[in-house]
Design a protein around this ligand. Structure first.
Ligand code: NDP
Length: 397
């Protein structure tokens, strides 16, 4: 019996629902709940399995969530709503005795601030309740941490340098669009950059550091140093790391639009008064930008996300690069969504599968790299995100 409740019916929620439905041996009872029920019903129609239940829920409201959990009685919730809802959903899980998984760390609505402390603070309560919480189980965070754990387990005595590299070489043929929730995406990219070096965090200006990196089957792409949440848990869980950084590619056209959006005040996340009505400019912008869920149809090209690692094995320095390339077209054919939603939703499903199979059951709040990476890596190959390895190549970093 695997009773699972998916919260969130956006791009990622759609992929999770498709993949959960494809693995009916593990997930026997499925419900999709979100703020807008019709979106959940559309997903069920697209999958074509009338046994999947749907419901309306406001995930900012703990009591509503508890009532839904007590009614459907899931064993695990896959939270693919927005990071703002992480704490209310965790709170409701504790009240109703439900295990928890998400793909992004909690963010307060009024501040673009990324850290795990709010969710790690739930550790003792989940442990005492005998419930497992799995944090950050998308691609990055998610597979990036599992790749690192796999490298540490099989190929290194000591990981010293870790660079997570995320390239989207796809083309959606829109002048400007984000690949996942625009509000969350723009908050992430416009903040200061940050990386870890010799026990300290070094802060840079937004997108200040960049360099060409070569991606398999894609070629060189300008890659920008960003702060990304998994850096925080990875340097804690792998204390031999001397330096950890995260890089993401952006095209010039995207960056120009982003600069204009910021310069004209549309990236603001504080409330302003407009003709007597309170609006948050970034939330208004989201309403007029293309919906990431609708990008899939004409999306060409692929993503390439991986970990480039340098460290010691048997006293000798070695390098290791592990990555996945994901085609937007293939992702769309399978789920109706583009590659960025696909690379997030597939690992979320596999994380839940690991829980239901008993591979990843550990009461408390856990980041993905704290679990055994092997069965997860095996499933990545089977579920549409195969990985490749390069040993002792030039990491360019
Ligand atoms: P979308 O905006 O497409 O979807 C979010 C969904 O959550 C929508 O269906 C929305 O409902 C629903 N929702 C929002 N607020 C509430 C609420 N209060 N109660 C109930 N439902 C709510 O986002 P994505 O699918 O692109 O992203 C989902 C998550 O995945 C985000 O947290 C994002 O940060 C994360 N992510 C993680 C990545 C990784 O690799 N780790 C990469 C990409 C994304 P409605 O339709 O009514 O607005």
């Amino acid at each position: 019996m695997g009773r699972v409740l998916i919260i969130g019916a956006g791009g990622v929620g759609t992929v999770v629902a498709h993949k959960v439905a494809q693995n009916a041996d593990v997930f026997t009872d499925i419900m999709i709940a979100s703020r807008t029920k019709s979106k959940c019903d559309d997903i069920v129609k697209a999958i074509g399995n009338p046994n999947i239940k749907t419901a309306q829920v406001d995930a900012d409201n703990v009591d509503e969530l508890v009532a839904l959990f007590n009614d459907f009685k899931p064993e695990m919730v896959i939270n693919v709503a927005l990071p703002y809802q992480d704490l209310t959903i965790m709170e409701a899980c504790l009240k109703a005795g439900v295990n928890y998984l998400d793909t992004a760390n909690y963010e307060p609505k009024d501040e673009a601030h990324f850290e795990y402390s709010w969710q790690w603070a739930y550790h003792e309560r989940f442990k005492e309740a005998g419930l497992t919480a799995i944090l950050g189980c998308g691609f990055d965070p998610g597979v990036s941490g599992i790749y690192t754990a796999y490298a540490a387990k099989h190929y290194f005595d000591e990981i010293q340098y870790l660079d997570i590299v995320d390239c989207n070489a796809g083309n959606h043929h829109k002048a400007f669009a984000t690949n996942f929730n625009p509000e969350i995406n723009i908050r992430e990219i416009t903040q200061n950059g940050r990386y870890y070096e010799n026990g300290q965090w070094v802060t840079t200006g937004p997108l200040e550091i960049h360099k060409d990196l070569t991606y398999p089957n894609i070629g060189p792409r300008d890659s920008y140093l960003l702060y990304h949440e998994e850096l925080e848990s990875l340097v804690k869980n792998f204390p031999t790391i001397k330096r950890a950084r995260f890089w993401m590619t952006f095209g010039q056209e995207y960056l120009t639009h982003l600069r204009v959006i910021q310069n004209i005040g549309m990236a603001r996340i504080d409330e302003i008064d407009y003709n007597g009505q309170k609006i948050v400019p970034l939330q208004f912008l989201k309403a007029v930008l293309p919906n990431p869920q609708d990008l899939g149809e004409n999306y060409e090209g692929e993503t390439s996300i991986g970990c480039r690692i340098r460290g010691l094995k048997d006293g000798k320095e070695r390098t290791y690069y592990v990555y996945n390339n994901c085609s937007h077209e293939e992702a769309y054919k399978e789920t109706g969504m583009q590659g960025v939603s696909y690379t997030t939703g597939v690992p979320a499903m596999i994380g839940a599968m690991m829980f239901f199979k008993g591979e990843w059951k550990r009461p408390g709040v856990n980041n993905v790299e704290e679990f055994n990476p092997d069965p997860f890596m095996e499933q990545l190959n089977k579920q549409g995100l195969p990985w490749h390895e390069v040993f002792d190549g030039n990491l360019e970093l």
